[in-house]
Design a protein around this ligand. Structure first.
Ligand code: SF4
Length: 505
């Protein structure tokens, strides 16, 4: 039986991912991990399948020509990856005359709601879990020519939607190695260089996603991972997988897209120790949770080649933190950031604008906290509701959701939910631009005045003050003189603000 896995093309000329962990637009051209993971499990569990792949992102063809290529492969069954925010663009590949299983990414999204909202006609969908469900579904299809019983699916039969119950989870530790060998990897690496040239973390080196776990033990209300059951690959499995990518594809740069790499601290330490012992000499970036940071883990991560840790702080306002179930304190975050830097990694702090209850005052609180924490990199965005999360359900229940078409959510072009403070999309944008610019400006000043923890400019000013000849000489130059006064005043102001920031809880 020929099974064709289809990854639809990029949307609106933007690099578009459809991964179990996330879906949407992306800053790099990564070989699709979820596709390779599905193929690996299918090959392991049903060895006699004729597995084919059509990755339309590489072909860059108009839809009609892309569909011709699908027809030319004469599949008996299609498995089509679909992005939650690109369903309209992706659906032509999932609604052909062939029996097709749609896999909506991220897998936390409820396919029943997608079918109702978008009128999708694809006959079969996975829900919640992907690889194991697909292996069982393909087996059933191979035996009976239909899928009716496999748990963890939503089926369309006539006008009826059938839910086959909870997914059955196979331990990730039993998962096969992702079958990247079935994908045109050389083509991906060629396009990484040709289309992008330079990756902002990995430079001109080849890079790949890496997944060591799924789901999360935390319950942040806006996050798709909070609804997924956590499960983990073993440390040895992770080391073997990385070694395989080094040996096979000469890749040594990895973006770990686990929800949070350190969510199981003991396991994260073992993985890092494994990288060190095996002398893998890799470079990687990952997400981290501030309250789980301990010094030994940070030391191991630094030694194991971690370049950067991303911390999703989102907001410093305690009331909003409580509502979104994302509590953290400045001392905790300070410790995490200091240890990250101490062991040679960059600390990235992320914030989002648009949480319910947000006001200018709460934004100022976030600003003060970020200046205090001094992250190396700040990333930000405007909040949008991810379907099936607690935040999305709250908006629906309170009749605050203005737009049901998920495709609009990542376009950042209109207000998609009612806010208690912002009344127009422009107000969301202004708040975001205000906070981003203010944090950037304050951090730039702080770095200028306190380079390497030293009051750098103060030293310069004191040297000038201590040398009357130099001082008199500089004062004769009107431009230098007025600049000096300006810098001096700005420095005093900055010191004052810094001291105020120290008073934060
Ligand atoms: S800790 Fe991170 S991955 Fe886990 S639920 Fe919260 S935001 Fe999501």
């Amino acid at each position: 039986m020929r099974v064709l896995l289809v990854n639809p093309p990029d949307v609106d000329g933007q690099l578009t991912d459809r991964e179990d962990r996330h879906a949407g637009f992306c800053s790099g051209l990564y070989p699709p991990y979820t596709a390779a993971s599905i193929l690996g499990v299918l090959r392991q569990r049903i060895p006699d399948l004729d597995l084919q792949v059509f990755d339309a992102r590489l072909e860059n063809l108009p839809v009609d020509q892309g569909l011709q290529q699908v027809h030319a492969l004469k599949p008996d069954l299609i498995i089509c990856l679909l992005g939650t925010y690109t369903l309209d663009e992706d659906r032509p590949y999932a609604e052909l005359e062939y029996p097709t299983i749609g896999v909506i990414c991220p897998s936390s999204v409820d396919p029943k709601e997608a079918i109702e909202l978008f009128g999708l006609t694809t006959p079969y969908f996975t829900k919640t879990e992907i690889e194991n469900t697909l292996a069982e579904a393909v087996k059933e299809f191979q035996e009976t020519g239909d899928i009716r019983k496999t748990p963890g699916m939503v089926l369309q039969q006539g006008n009826q939607l059938l839910d086959t119950g909870a997914s059955q989870f196979q331990s990730v530790s039993e998962f096969a190695m992702p079958a990247f060998d079935l994908l045109p990897m050389d083509e991906f690496f060629r396009l990484q260089k040709e289309r992008l040239g330079w990756h902002w973390e990995f430079g001109s080196n080849r890079y790949m996603w890496m997944v060591t776990s799924k789901g999360c033990v935390k319950q942040c209300t806006y996050c798709s991972s909070s609804t997924l059951r956590p499960f983990y690959k073993t440390p040895q499995q992770v080391v073997d997988e990385i070694r395989h990518y080094i040996d096979t594809y000469q890749v040594r740069h990895f973006d770990f897209i686990d929800s949070e790499f350190t969510v199981n601290v003991a396991r994260a330490k073992e993985i890092c120790q494994g990288f060190i012992d095996a002398k893998l000499n890799i470079k990687w970036v990952a997400h981290n949770i501030i309250e789980l940071v301990d010094e030994e883990m940070m030391r191991l991560m630094g030694e194991a080649g971690c370049l950067k840790l991303k911390y999703g702080l989102e907001t410093a306002d305690p009331e909003i933190q409580r509502r979104i179930l994302k509590p953290w304190s400045i001392p905790q975050a300070k410790k995490a950031f200091d240890l990250t830097k101490k062991y040679g990694m960059k600390a990235q702090a992320n914030f989002m604008v648009g949480f319910l209850g947000e006001t200018k005052e709460t934004l100022k609180q976030t600003h003060r906290a970020f200046v205090e924490l001094e992250p190396d990199i700040v990333c930000s965005s405007i909040l949008f509701p991810t379907p099936s999360t607690a935040f999305y359900e709250e908006l629906k229940a309170r009749d605050l959701l203005l737009v049901r078409n998920w495709s609009e959510y990542k376009k950042y072009g209109k207000m998609v939910f009612k806010h208690d403070h912002y009344t127009t999309w422009e107000e969301f944008q202004d708040a975001w631009a205000w906070l981003e610019a203010r944090i950037a400006r304050s951090l730039a000043w702080k770095r200028l005045f306190r380079r390497n923890g030293q009051p750098f400019l103060l030293k310069v000013i004191n040297v000038i003050k201590a040398d009357p000849k130099l001082k008199r000489g500089l004062q004769r130059l009107p431009l230098i003189s007025s600049l000096g006064r300006l810098v001096s005043r700005r420095f005093q102001l900055q010191q004052l603000r810094h001291e105020q920031a120290q008073l934060l809880p």
